[in-house]
Design a protein. Structure first.
Length: 525
């Protein structure tokens, strides 16, 4: 029987990153993916003939530059095209646009508020400094503050020195971002409602929280840490869709000797004498491995693949309390013509960037009000891109694809998710967006609506949470996914975690996979 140094469960981007780093270090690695293709939520698919979509995740920014560099991803086909702007249409027919060009952006902000135009550069500098302050922690295995082991104590001392060296001003700014709501934080900077709303929307993504919920300022910072070509808060679209990101990482892994098997669903981790010895597939096949690495979320890893009998009771309870609460959905549209927004009619540069339906903080808060009582938001927050405007190969000539990220669509919906509820969500999205782009309904050729229940069923993310667990204060750093088990190791010897349910969290970042690989290599496994 063939034996591997490492068996990786799940061919999502973190599992592939982990496999690539282990293979680069000379380990014999096998990746097992239950679906017919790798990528997990970072995948591309021709949903309708001629129309290609990034079905789930759809933009690139958080992918760590060191991973792009170490794995030589451009050589393996990764090509990121920049998104040039963010347009926020307003109900009165006006708009707020944010542009990559500094002078153009300043003129646009000044059109709404001279004060905001003056404050914007300083706001950008503060968040840039905070992103740089947090950046080293992304590659850090969180220390256990309850342990008296010398290595843990040393890590805590290094962390203390790190925060002390930030200085009083930056530490105070970081404390605000870690504890405040996104809306309250932005209230300290700006007066333009659309600007505050569009910025604070970054703080609610992947959570069942509103813009005025404490802790959402950190989620805003988490998304601000996106970096392209050394520029923070730069977002882009992967040529060919987000599946090309996964394909490039997979190619980098196989180029270094890793094996990848698709349609290989893992039933359980094989545990003997308290140690992970490999995995058992749904087919009954056993595959032996010196270590097993799970890219699945903490609930699926511990409660399904491992089982409670192999775990300490306190860890089981922690995982049961770990909050997922998926609230994000996707609506993918195949269009016969471009949307024409009332505020900026016809084609233009604004359609090569993002469109944000976030006219005010109150609008976002009302969308949240629906969700917290178990209902679909009647007027949801939407983040929209038209990939075919950046990469024409995504749609037939003269036609387009539109990708719409939606909040809120709670996993725990009153009455549960049905086909009728799925269509209700799709109608709410199209009806709301049509208020800003009146030609949208006649432009739609095909519609795909993806609910959190669909995300759970198709991709395997518990409760459809795109971050493998909410990014809230009680689920970050040494608490992610559970106290004492945040360093990618588990109570089962030889079993590691590498998914977004570990530090530093979600998004197409890859940091969890990279950190897990280093933890395995550092342990000599």
């Amino acid at each position: 029987m063939k034996r591997y140094d490492a068996v990786v469960i799940g061919g999502g981007h973190n599992g592939l990153v982990c496999a690539a780093y282990l293979a680069r270090a000379g380990r014999k690695v096998l990746v097992l993916e239950r679906r017919e293709r790798v990528g997990g939520a970072a995948m591309s698919e021709e949903v309708f003939p001629g129309f290609r979509f990034s079905v789930f995740s759809y933009v690139v920014s958080l992918l760590r530059p060191e991973i792009i560099r170490d794995l030589e991803l451009p050589r393996h086909g990764l090509h990121i095209l920049p998104l040039e702007s963010t347009l926020t249409p307003l109900p009165n027919g006006d708009y707020l646009a944010q542009w990559n060009d500094h002078d153009q952006n300043r003129r646009e902000l000044a059109r709404h508020s001279l004060r905001d135009a003056e404050a914007y550069d300083e706001f950008g500098r503060v968040l840039h400094h905070m992103a740089r302050a947090i950046k080293p922690m992304l590659a850090m295995a969180p220390p256990d503050p309850t342990s008296f082991h010398p290595t843990e104590l040393l890590s805590l001392l290094q962390l203390r020195k790190y925060f002390r060296d930030l200085g009083k001003e930056r530490f105070h700014a970081l404390h605000k971002l870690l504890t405040m709501s996104a809306a309250d934080y932005l209230d300290e900077w700006f007066e333009t409602e659309a600007l505050k709303a569009t910025k604070s929307a970054s703080g609610i993504i992947g959570t069942l929280l509103g813009p005025r919920s404490p802790g959402t300022a950190y989620v805003l910072l988490h998304h601000y840490m996106g970096e392209l070509d050394g520029v923070f808060r730069a977002w882009g679209f992967a040529k060919g869709g987000n599946g090309s990101v996964s394909a490039a990482i997979a190619a980098a892994a196989t180029a270094r000797g890793a094996e990848i098997r698709t349609q290989a669903s893992v039933k359980e981790v094989l545990i003997r004498s308290g140690k992970a010895r490999g995995v058992v597939l749904e087919s009954g096949e056993e595959i032996k491995g010196t270590v097993v690495v799970s890219g699945a979320d903490p609930r699926r890893t511990f409660l399904s693949l491992v089982g409670e009998k192999h775990l300490p009771a306190e860890l089981v309870e922690s995982i049961r309390r770990f909050r997922f609460r998926g609230s994000s959905a996707k609506v993918n549209l195949a269009l016969g013509e471009l949307p024409s927004f009332t505020c900026l009619p016809g084609p233009g540069a604004h359609l090569r960037g993002a469109v944000s339906i976030s006219p005010s903080v109150e609008y976002l808060e009302r969308a949240y009000d629906d969700a917290k009582y178990g209902e679909i938001s009647r007027h949801p927050y939407m983040d929209i891109v038209i990939p075919s405007m950046i990469d024409p190969a995504m749609a037939p000539p003269g036609k387009h694809v539109m990708s719409i990220f939606v909040q809120y669509a709670p996993y725990h919906l009153n009455g549960g998710w049905t086909d009728a509820k799925r269509e209700t969500l799709g109608d709410a999205v199209v009806d709301t967006l049509s208020q800003y782009a009146p030609n949208l309904k006649r432009a739609i050729l095909h519609r795909q609506v993806v609910t959190p229940a669909d995300i759970e069923r198709i991709v395997g993310l518990s409760e459809g949470n795109i971050f493998q667990g909410e990014l809230t204060l009680q689920q970050m750093f040494f608490l992610r996914p559970a106290p004492a088990w945040s360093k990618y190791r588990t109570p089962v010897a030889g079993l590691y975690q590498c998914g977004s349910g570990t530090h530093p969290g979600g998004g197409v970042m890859g940091a969890s996979g990279r950190n897990a690989a280093f933890a395995i290599l550092g342990a000599g496994a």
